[in-house]
Design a protein around this ligand. Sequence first.
Ligand code: UT7
Length: 331
Amino acid sequence: MSKITAAITAVGGYVPDFVLTNKVLETMVETNDEWITSRTGIKERRILKEEGKGTSFLAIKAAEDLIEKKGLDPKEIDLVIVCTATPDMKAAATASYTATQIGAVNAFAYDLEAACSSFLFGMSTASAYIESGRYKKILLIGADKNSSFINYKDRATCIIFGDGAGAVLFEPNEEGLGLQDELLRSNGEGREFLQATYGGSAYPINEDTFKEGKHYIFQDGKTVFKNAVFNMADVTERVMKKNNLKNDDIQWLAAHQANKRIIDATANRINLEEEKVMMNIQKYGNTTSATLPLLLYDYESQLKKGDKIIFAAFGGGFTWGSIYFKWAYNS
Ligand code: UT7
């Protein structure tokens, strides 16, 4: 019997309607379209404006899109994982609410958090369950409502982040398609450079801390940038070497969309032509856990069965990694 691999068999996505352009940001903080475009590649991002709607709203929309496109009966889903750094609320898993709302009544559900690497690590988790034979249909969602913890007076962060969600279905494959190999890493010494300090268990929010505004996300952009460029390119190159892959063997690079210059640096390290580099940062900014599935959502029609894709991500924590993947279907 051939070995069971874990393949992606469907993709869904959702971004909110409200578009926050660089031009509008110019009226909010001291910045300009030229600076944002040349330093990050971002032109606009989507924001979920409606009160009372959290990350689950985005996750549900992306999941419903996938379910409709695939013609999937949600009762067949075994597990729903929501990868997110911005859960709806503490203690109650966003995934549990999402699963129930989409009718996945036979599934169990939980959240997975590793900042911008959440979805990449989730791909590893979902694949391991499938490869083990334990579950047959896993809905992996990457969703973040970043606008909920952005200070729109801080130009170092508000120009970068946006809201969105993407979903993929993992199923067993007997043709050897899907996840091939991975290299995943973390280094806790990096956490001081990218975090929302208050609001967790170490520093709960009280009246004083609230005034300091440290419940918003903070980043030392330069340090994060340097570490992202080095580490994302490093693991990508290593995963390729380990699998004897040359640049010509690769059809696509799907890299976390945090800054176009970081993505370009990774592509340059492996000598990959621009046409093979998936890019949608100009439209959505950095949607944290949603960047990788939103790339698949936007590029799905161009992907062919057997295409070799290198996924890569870097995020807070620090967390980072790269996955070598074979696409399983023509759409
Ligand atoms: O998802 C993973 C987490 N995040 C990331 O991977 C993001 C990593 N970091 C970055 O993408 C970049 O560091 C930023 C986009 C955040 C900043 O770009 P940078 O090229 O590292 O800029 P910088 O912080 O070194 O600042 C350069 C200059 C400074 O002015 P001076 O000191 O040279 O006069 C800043 O004050 O640009 C100024 N600046 C801005 N100017 C206009 C910083 N932010 C802005 C802004 N608009 N928004």
